[in-house]
Design a protein around this ligand. Structure first.
Ligand SMILES: [Zn+2]
Length: 256
């Protein structure tokens, strides 16, 4: 259930007191406001991983419930604005994604780029900041978890990975998770794969967690293992258990 909506493009699910975790889903939706005319691309693109992270929102909602954590989502396609990228990154409004040209993002002017950042990125970031800072002001230091999915086939090549555990400079929470997942036989779980900090994917972690000394991780799930309600539930349960155990094993909750 959506508890409150701060802008029409962001939602908070599961507001709760003194949460141990705060969940973020930047690529939750493939919604493109009508005035962008689908950015000139067909539904085979807007309905695919190019426009959003299939399955990520469903898993994030289940995890939020299981962990009793607030979940903040961006409800506009990453093709309009990728909320895991700063406004000065070209990939924030990609003119090309994988092999697809995004017609409506070609030759954007500075003012068009700024307008999208103000409309979609700023309210999302402000909302996350206000939720985190409310906790910190009460001496609660939540772990920041961002939830994503990736396509099993990229540039025509199959990825041999089920779940990526991603981090930037502050790896303490990811390290604890990986100690647990190293024992997992059935799934391929790896550190900083299929992307890593060098690909610019840790923007939200750095902006919202590292800057405040909060433990953090980015979860990247192969979208083929969260394609229906049953598998979404089992992966959400598995990951929630890992989050709880890793949090119990964390020795420092907040870094100065
Ligand atoms: Zn994503």
């Amino acid at each position: 259930m959506v508890m409150n909506t701060h802008s029409q493009f962001t939602s908070v699910y599961n507001a709760c007191t003194k949460p141990r975790y705060i969940l973020i889903c930047e690529h939750a939706s493939n919604f493109i406001p009508e005035y962008y005319n689908s950015l000139g691309v067909g539904s085979e693109i807007t309905n695919s991983h190019v426009a959003y992270d299939p399955g990520a929102l469903e898993v994030a909602k289940l995890m939020a419930k299981s962990l009793c954590a607030p979940l903040i989502t961006q409800n506009v396609s990453r093709l309009v604005y990728d909320c895991n990228r700063p406004p000065n990154a070209k990939s924030a409004m990609p003119s090309k994604s994988e092999i697809y040209d995004i017609i409506g993002n070609q030759n954007l002017s500075e003012s068009q780029r700024a307008e999208r950042a103000i409309k979609f990125y700023a309210p999302f970031c402000n909302l996350i900041s206000s939720i985190i800072d409310t906790e910190i002001n009460q001496q609660n230091y939540p772990i920041i978890i961002t939830i994503h999915s990736f396509t099993p086939i990229y540039y025509g090549k199959k990825r041999n990975l089920d779940i990526g555990i991603l981090h930037d400079d502050d790896s303490r929470f990811a390290d604890e998770i990986l100690k647990l997942t190293d024992l997992q036989q059935n799934l391929q779980i790896k550190r900083n794969a299929p992307y890593g900090p060098e690909d610019g994917v840790t923007h939200s972690l750095k902006l919202h967690a590292q800057s405040r000394g909060l433990a953090n991780v980015m979860l990247e799930i192969n979208n083929s293992i969260i394609a229906n309600a049953t598998t979404q539930k089992s992966i959400a349960n598995l990951l929630s258990d890992y989050m709880r155990q890793a949090a119990d094993n964390l020795t420092i909750e907040k870094r100065d």
